[in-house]
Design a protein around this ligand. Structure first.
Ligand SMILES: Nc1nc2c(ncn2[C@@H]2O[C@H](COP(=O)(O)OP(=O)(O)OP(=O)(O)O)[C@@H](O)[C@H]2O)c(=O)[nH]1
Ligand SMILES: C=C(OP(=O)(O)O)C(=O)O
Length: 216
């Protein structure tokens, strides 16, 4: 079975506010304005996630839901398709829109902040997901979700705080395996240090030495 991956990306300057301390946070950091180091860091996390997805043999195509032109250009250069961020009602409606736009019967929503993701572990998780109508992979903290899958049924995404429990309550099966890069989402500076310990993708690795506050 080959999958369509749907990856959400809100505007770079508005995303990942909890990482602002790493990029200086204030004036000149680019946090909030879509430029500068903050946007570059958010973009690097997205680029490494998309590149790993594209390199996964179980993935037929990657669809990024975004209105950010810079993010769209970067992921297209990596071989992803892009669709506008519709209906502009937040993360879950954007993912449902992307899932429908993919036109695929096997759809997986993937977090956009997985810089240590390996194509092989994604393939293993998607292999497990092929056996169930809906499945999910919890993040390293076991409270959030990094992957939500659907085969022949609606994706019905419930990302957000406590999403692992919400996905389980909606009938999705928790998929478990030794997939450290797939689980290691990066919301905080400490998360980025842990991702660095697993091994970062090239975009995030290249950015790390440029951060004013060392992350790793
Ligand atoms: N396309 C799209 N993506 C979204 C939207 N809202 C959130 N996302 C993406 O979903 C992921 C989780 O977003 P949030 O939980 O809002 O916050 P965050 O950007 O991770 O970070 P914090 O500001 O630090 O909480 C990020 O990859 C966002 O880019 C949306 O309305 N549209
Ligand atoms: C949206 C989620 O995560 P975060 O906000 O941490 O990126 C989630 O885990 O469902």
């Amino acid at each position: 079975m080959r999958w369509s991956l749907v990856v959400p990306a809100k505007r770079l300057g508005a995303a990942k506010t909890r990482l602002a301390p790493l990029t200086g946070g204030g004036h000149g950091s680019g946090h909030g304005d879509g430029h500068g180091l903050h946007a570059e860091l958010v973009l690097a996390l997205l680029a490494d996630t998309v590149a790993a997805g594209r390199a996964c043999p179980a993935v037929a195509d990657v669809l990024v839901v975004t209105d950010d032109e810079r993010a769209a250009a970067v992921v297209r250069a990596l071989g992803a398709r892009t669709v506008p961020d519709e209906p502009d009602r937040g993360l879950n409606p954007a993912l449902a829109h992307g899932a429908r736009a993919s036109g695929s019967a096997a759809v997986a929503a993937l977090s956009s902040d997985l810089p240590a993701l390996r194509p092989g572990e994604l393939a293993a998780a998607l292999g497990a997901a092929a056996a169930v109508p809906r499945g999910f992979v919890a993040d390293a903290a076991a409270t959030g979700t990094t992957l939500l899958t659907a085969v022949g049924v609606a994706l019905d995404p419930r990302f957000g705080r406590g999403s692992a429990a919400a996905h389980a309550a909606s009938g999705a099966l928790a998929l478990t395996g030794d997939w450290p890069g797939l689980r290691r989402d990066v919301d905080t500076p400490a998360d980025l240090r842990e991702a660095a310990g697993l091994g970062l993708g090239p975009a995030t690795a290249a950015l790390l030495p440029r951060l004013p506050r060392p992350a790793a």
